[in-house]
Design a protein around this ligand. Sequence first.
Ligand code: ZN
Ligand code: ZN
Length: 347
Amino acid sequence: MRQALFHGPGAVRLVEVPMPVPGPGEVLVKVEVALVCGTDAKTFRRGHPLLLEHAPAPFGHEYCGVVVEVGTEVTAFAAGDRVASANSAPCGRCFFCRRDQFSLCEHLQPLLNGAYADYLLVPAPIVAVNMFKVPKRMAPGRAAFLEPLACVLKGLEVGEIGPGTTVGVVGLGPIGLLMVYAASHRGARVIAVGRNDLKLETAGRLGAGALVDLREPGDALERILELTDEGRGVDVAIEAVGRPEVWDFAVSMVRRGGVVNFFGGCEEGSVACVDTYRLHYEELHLTAAFHHTPRHVRMAMDVLANRDFPDEALTTHRYTLEELVTPLRVMNKELAVEGFIKAAVTP
Ligand SMILES: [Zn+2]
Ligand SMILES: [Zn+2]
């Protein structure tokens, strides 16, 4: 079978490797579709501490496929089932799992990697906790959104997002757009903030009540505040970019007593500064959400079944395995492709 291997920053090669044989609890899946994730693009650009350690390493983790073989002890799945899964599973026993903080589990390894291939071996802990059968009528390209959507649903639990709440989403990549969709679905009024025509327009179609284009002349922050009740700022600001300057911007758009969710992870060593006056006297709640938990993966499976789930609006481009480097470079802005939001790779 063919498998894309990550050798180091900028180096990905498609090679022939032997077909894996599922051990106890493992499942072998024939990949139908793998989605290109921002994390993969970041790995491609600057390396990844874990993957680099094991390089050359397989990568890719948002997928849907059909089970071809199951290991001993697997009873929930059988050959022929269409499945999708998250990319990790908590151990249930460590310090953090015992405190229900499953996204901080100290044993999230082995992470699932290797969806950019003809076949993918899913580790036993993931099969046991975070793998699902895909309903008959759901397209594989939609089911593959399971993992990013689970992260987004966990992110939406920061602050009370629902009817009567105004949520500002800064950054309209695939994750920001999923935030717009899911927050609107919960009845919140969403102000989408971005700098790309297609992404702003898509945010509008996914339910955003107001759009703010950062490229327009004048003070973008002022325009955002004008859109909020009494001009006080948003109730919840979600940062979906992962850059310290955007973290600052997210803080500036929230009202007194509001919540900021730093959802985008910044490069290691980044530092953000906070106005202590605002933090204390205005009771700002500054917090973050990382990864997902089994509960959110299960919730994501339900949300994927929504008639209006926007997989087709988000997956703007399709590539073969041989072409994998193209969408990675596009996401890293080394290559320009018209109208690109997210890409699907089909073996
Ligand atoms: Zn991902
Ligand atoms: Zn754990």
